[in-house]
Write a protein that binds this ligand. Structure first.
Ligand SMILES: Cc1cc2nc3c(=O)[nH]c(=O)nc-3n(C[C@H](O)[C@H](O)[C@H](O)COP(=O)(O)OP(=O)(O)OC[C@H]3O[C@@H](n4cnc5c(N)ncnc54)[C@H](O)[C@@H]3O)c2cc1C
Ligand SMILES: NC(=O)c1ccc[n+]([C@@H]2O[C@H](COP(=O)([O-])OP(=O)(O)OC[C@H]3O[C@@H](n4cnc5c(N)ncnc54)[C@H](O)[C@@H]3O)[C@@H](O)[C@H]2O)c1
Length: 450
């Protein structure tokens, strides 16, 4: 049998792929990466980064609106096409820069759609490539929605590329994408409706804090329809009709000029021909052991959104990559450690969460103290003219270790990282109280939150 072309072939060029390919090349392995889309993956081109640029501008408009009469005189207007051009200035350089980075590291850069032809071989367009190890870092795609008219929905990729923002926008689903994009669209002047199947938006976040955020959504004019499932979309001369089915009230319709899929994403593994490699999957999920290796093909590993072991977030993809590198290069037999993964929905204002939830705390044998409050009268809230400010911190009784933290309000997206550090390092409330936080900052409120 001839020697494989590479020690390692990585499918994808996003955060997970980069985190695996580069250290292996540095260790002297022959490595290739492949992508069928422009290099760089979701986060930098169609996710976190372009979204954050857009939220930043929406926040500037929001700040000005809230501070009207407190020194700001005259409303700001969001200029959609200038915003898009600014966003694009970050995205345009990504593919070239990422590919150059791989090449500089001595990695072969291939282009095309990869699919398995055997346990250690893949076809990339018309070329056959073999490798000792194959890492799937293929990311995720919008979950298929089995409703009539599903093809009329636009994806988050499309929303981030809209040349013009239509007047009426409906988001199907009420998670991260809906929360973030709804705020951008509302601040840009669109009439926004969010249709959420469950009893509230942002189901992974603290319910009391989501309730605080929802007051702000109402003030922004965002119409949130909870307990409602989208059952169909039709195209009419004057736009789309989105049919909803409310749990108790039954069917109704909402008119829209744009309908955006915000109903969850699934691992992008359906078109890899996993069977040809003997890679097991169940209901679209790869079957992986605790070291992120396929249980049925020891040459195949997965990281990030493709692995779906941890929450589908960029820092998790990078963490998975470090784990797989340790397993590939040192045979470490390591598994990921998803304790205290902080997460933020970049709404206006942001909502954030890390560690134990209040519901998990109630189910625990060891008692947990909850320190929580609605902090609209604190200095941070008042000088930002922001009523949506609240916190919930979960503390183990006896040891006083911080186990969970949940925040909504100004700079929640930054302050959550302090709690992530505390939880990950097993710090106690007195450890945190011992820290002198710069004043006046939102982090300096942490002492009062404990
Ligand atoms: C709108 C949006 C906003 C987000 N915002 C945040 C955020 O603020 N913070 C956060 O932490 N996370 C955020 N996420 C999630 C985050 O982007 C992902 O968790 C992360 O990018 C996953 O990285 P990855 O390396 O696993 O996959 P990806 O970066 O998705 O890379 C997968 C790559 O594989 C390629 N590929 C797939 N199949 C094949 C094939 N068969 N052949 C060749 N190439 C293939 C794809 O083209 C793609 O380039 C967001 C996601 C979205 C959609
Ligand atoms: N800030 C961030 O970190 C960030 C931002 C955007 C996306 N992401 C990642 O991307 C993933 C996908 O985001 P998302 O917002 O699409 O999914 P999500 O999982 O956050 O939320 C989807 C919601 O849609 C609801 N839903 C599903 N089908 C429905 C239907 N037919 N009608 C009404 N509601 C329906 C679900 O109940 C769920 O609450 C997330 O899991 C997240 O990890 C992260």
């Amino acid at each position: 049998m001839s020697a494989p072309d590479y020690d390692l072939l990585v499918i994808g060029t996003g955060s997970g792929a980069r985190g695996v390919a580069k250290p292996c090349a540095q260790a002297g392995w022959r490595v290739a990466v492949v992508d069928r889309r422009p290099y760089g993956g979701t986060c930098a081109q169609r996710g976190c980064d372009p979204k954050k640029v857009m939220v930043g501008i929406a926040r500037a408009v929001d700040d000005a609106a809230r501070l009207q009469g407190h020194g700001v005189d005259g409303a700001l207007r969001l200029d959609w096409s200038a915003l898009m051009a600014f966003k694009q200035s970050f995205v345009d350089s990504v593919p070239k820069g990422v590919e150059a980075g791989f090449r500089k590291a001595g990695i072969d850069t291939l282009h095309g759609a990869a699919r398995f032809t055997g346990p250690t071989s893949m076809r990339i367009d018309d070329r056959e490539v073999s490798a000792r190890h194959i890492v799937l870092a293929t990311g995720a795609v919008p979950a298929p929605l089995p409703i009539p008219g599903a093809d009329l929905m636009r994806s988050s990729d499309d929303f981030l590329d809209l040349g013009h923002l239509p007047a009426r926008v409906v988001f199907v689903g009420g998670g991260y994408i809906a929360a973030e994009f709804a705020c951008i669209a509302a601040r840009a002047g669109a009439a926004v409706t969010v249709v959420q199947r469950g009893p509230r938006m942002l189901k992974g976040f603290d319910p009391d804090l989501v309730a605080i955020l929802m007051e702000r959504f109402r003030a922004l004019g965002i119409d949130v329809r909870t307990d409602s499932q989208v059952t169909g979309i039709e195209q009419h001369k004057d736009g789309y009709r989105v049919t909803l089915d409310h749990k108790e009230e039954g069917a109704s319709t909402v008119k829209a000029d744009l309908v955006v899929h915000a109903a969850g994403r699934v691992a992008q593994v359906a078109d890899l021909d996993l069977q040809a490699a003997g890679v097991a999957a169940e209901k679209g999920r790869l079957t992986l052991d605790r070291t992120l290796r396929s249980t049925t093909n020891p040459a195949v590993w997965a990281v990030g959104d493709a692995a779906q072991k941890g929450p589908p977030l960029t820092p998790v993809a990078s963490h998975d990559a470090r784990v797989v590198v340790a397993n590939l290069l040192e045979d470490a037999g390591a598994g990921p450690d998803y304790r205290a993964v902080p997460t933020v929905a970049f709404s206006l204002p942001p909502i954030a969460s890390v560690g134990l939830t209040a519901a998990e705390a109630r189910a625990r044998v060891k008692p947990v103290r909850q320190s929580c409050g609605f902090a609209a009268d604190w200095f941070t809230a008042r000088h930002n003219a922001e009523r949506a400010y609240g916190y919930k911190v979960l503390i183990e009784e006896g040891t006083e270790r911080v186990l969970g933290a949940h925040l909504v309000g100004p700079h929640a997206d930054e302050v959550i990282n302090v709690f992530a550090l505390a939880i990950r390092q097993g710090l106690t409330t007195s450890d945190l109280k011992d820290v002198m936080f710069a004043y006046p900052t939102t982090s300096s409120d942490i002492h009062s939150m404990l």
